[in-house]
Structure formats: C-alpha cells, structure tokens
Design a protein around this ligand. Structure first.
Ligand code: PEP
Ligand code: MN
Length: 375
C-alpha cells in the first residue's frame, strides 16, 4: 500500500511525526519512505509493505498529511502503475522535462572519437534547437580486442564542447560504478557545463550490483536498456532495482531482442512493447532504432529501415529516441554501419515531428471515442 502525502509535506513537522507514530504501531508492516522531485514540487510517498491486507483505504486516508492511498501489487512496487493514472513519474533534469507525455530525441555518436566529430555533431544539433545527445565514452564490446571507448580521459573535452553548443543532457553509458565518480568529477571541473543521463546497457541489465550503485545516487537520471535475451518482466524488475535503492528517475529503453529470427536486422524490433511498458509502469519509454536495426538499409519506398522503426515507436507513444549519427560513418570507431549522416539530421527530426503529431491525434481520437461511449 502507498500513502501519497500532500505536496511539500514538512517531514520535520508535528503532523508528520503523528503520522509516523500511527504507522509504527501497525503490526507486521514495514515502512519505507520515498521522495520524488517532480517538475515543480517534492512528492513524498510512504510504502507500507507486508501485512497490509486488513488496512482500510479510508482509514489510512484520514491520517495526517495523507492525500491519497493506492493499493499496490507486489510487482514493480515503486515504478509500477498499479492501475492508477494520477501519479505520473515526471522529472526535470537540467531544464529538460521527461515523462510519459513528453518526447526527447538523443541523436549523437555511438562512441566518442575525436573532438572535431563531437563538435560537428553538437553544432548540427544546436542549429536544430536540440539540447540532448548521446555520447559513449565507456563502451562494452563483445571482443576484448575492440576499441573500448576513450573512458574518462575524453570527459573534460566532451563536456566542454557540450557547454559550448548548448547541450543540456548527454546519455552516456557506464559499465562500472567508478564511472559515476569519473563523470561527477569531470562535470564539476567543467563548471557543470552540461548534464548526464547514466545509461545502463543491454549487457548490464541484470548486473545487480551496478544497478544498486546507480540506484543509490540521486544526482543523475538513468536510462536502463532492456536486456536483449531476457523477458520484459525481468527487465522491468531490473528497473525496479534502481528505484528500490532510491532513484526513480528512470527511463526504460527498448533496443531490440537478440535472435536470428530478426535477420537481416541486427535485433528483433520490439517497439510494440512501448504501450505495454507505459501501461505496466509509470516510466517514460525510450526506443533505440539504431541498435535494433543495425544498418543503413532502405525499403522499396526509399525510407531507411532505421527511420521506419523510429516512426513505429513514436506512433506507439515512445517518449525518448536514442539514435546513432556520425559526421563520417566510415571513420566511426564503433557502429559506423548503422549511423545516419549529418545531412539526414533535419530530415530525421522532421519525420519524427510528423509522426508525433499523428500520435497526438490518435490519443485525442481515443479520448473522444471513450467519452462518446461512456455517456
Ligand atoms: C549503445 O547504446 O551504445 C549500446 C551499446 O546499446 P545496447 O546496450 O542497447 O547494445
Ligand atoms: Mn553502439
């Protein structure tokens, strides 16, 4: 059971200690408190776990500071939707809003290579009014002999170039908890020139110790990619690890599933799961068309497969897109064959806008339909 407290409840006040006294008397019930920094206010929630079956909703609702009570199932306790549409997870990070209502596109380099390419990428984004990008510094590679990313030594100049080009959020994968400190330190040195969304890659979705470390820090929001060979439920539980440690600013990323049934695509595109994740949880949902498709192939209509699947994710309600671009894909150190070109950047954003408008019309049509049929 979750007790949602009135906005900006003072946790050092009298009413709050009265509430806690009441809760401490409940037999067989463990209490854990969570604060969620929303776009405008701090929301506190108290989770009652264990023997809560006999607690009445109205009784709990009458306790001091309590605004609303939601009965939850065991699954995805914190991130889950629990059939309740009034507790959106929305957060503002470095001036950018993330929620199930917004759409943010992170086009950028799969892996940071040279300053010239990073600068060109960011300049093109700035020209289009974009403030988010992706930049990989720590790369998990299948072969130990492949380029592993420049690591922490590239962070100072990547953050400086981001500041110069007005980039507010960089999605950056980490593969070890020490990378959180590396990023924190480099951001401090840069005078907080930009912000970072920590990315946990598909190979680390069930690296539980990494999840716990990333969940314990409150500084950075997290993009958790679905594991490419496990069930959706297992991946959603991985996201819940982050929240259970204290960080519920989590975005769930779909990036395709590993199976040769996906051939000739690199992974089997799973964007039909966008509405499913939105229904089961309150997390914004990201799609990664580049790592799903893995090539620059076109269909007979002249549209790139990467753009087709991006559209499929957006039309189904995706809230974030992660896409590989590169000024010179032939020279990219990782994933060049799937990178789109600088010249295609505006076309990509225009196509997304077109599809997003259609998605918004679909949502309105669903509302109209429901209204007509419930009156
Ligand atoms: C990436 O986004 O660069 C990446 C390695 O993705 P994934 O973890 O989905 O393979
Ligand atoms: Mn990649």
């Amino acid at each position: 059971m979750i007790l949602i407290l009135k906005a900006n409840t003072d946790t050092s006040g009298n009413a709050y200690s009265q509430l806690m006294n009441n809760l401490n008397e409940l037999d067989g019930v463990t209490i854990s408190t969570h604060s969620i920094k929303g776009a405008e206010q701090v929301l506190s929630e108290i989770y009652l776990l264990g023997n809560t079956g006999s607690l009445g909703i109205e009784e709990m609702q009458s306790l001091p500071c309590v605004e609303r009570v939601v009965r939850i199932s065991d699954e995805y306790r914190i991130l889950g939707r629990h059939k309740d549409n009034e507790r959106p997870i929305e957060f503002n990070y470095n001036g950018v809003l993330f929620s199930q209502q917004t759409l943010n596109v992170f086009a950028g380099l799969c892996a940071v290579d040279v300053p010239e390419h990073v600068d060109q990428m960011m300049e093109h984004l700035q020209q289009l009014g974009q403030v988010c990008t992706r930049m990989g510094a720590f790369k998990p590679r299948t072969s130990p002999y492949s380029f592993q990313g420049h690591g922490k030594k590239c962070l100072p100049w990547v953050f400086e170039l981001a500041g110069k080009n007005g980039i507010k959020v960089i999605a950056m994968e980490i593969t070890h908890e020490s990378h959180i400190d590396d990023i924190n330190h480099a951001l401090e040195e840069s005078g907080q020139a930009t912000g970072v969304m920590l990315q946990i890659g598909t190979r680390n979705t069930q690296n539980f110790e990494l999840l716990k470390s990333v969940g314990r820090q409150q500084e950075f929001p997290v993009l958790l990619k679905r594991g490419f060979g496990i069930t959706l439920e297992e991946s959603l539980n991985a996201a819940e690890y982050l929240a259970s440690e204290g960080n519920s600013r989590v975005i769930f990323g779909l990036r395709g599933m590993k199976t040769n049934m996906a051939d000739p695509h690199r992974n089997f595109v799973d964007f039909a799961h966008v509405p499913v994740v939105r229904r089961l949880t309150r997390m914004p949902v990201c799609i990664d068309p580049s790592h799903s498709v893995g090539s620059r192939d076109y269909s007979s209509d002249g549209i790139l497969d990467v753009m087709h699947v991006t559209a499929q994710g957006i039309i189904a309600g995706a809230n974030m897109v992660l896409a590989d671009f590169h000024p010179k894909p032939g020279k990219a150190l990782v994933d060049g064959p799937q990178a789109l070109l600088m010249d295609e950047l505006k076309y990509f954003f225009d196509d997304i806008a077109l599809v997003r408008t259609t998605y918004e019309k679909r949502v309105q049509a669903a509302i109209d339909y429901t209204n007509q049929h419930t009156n």
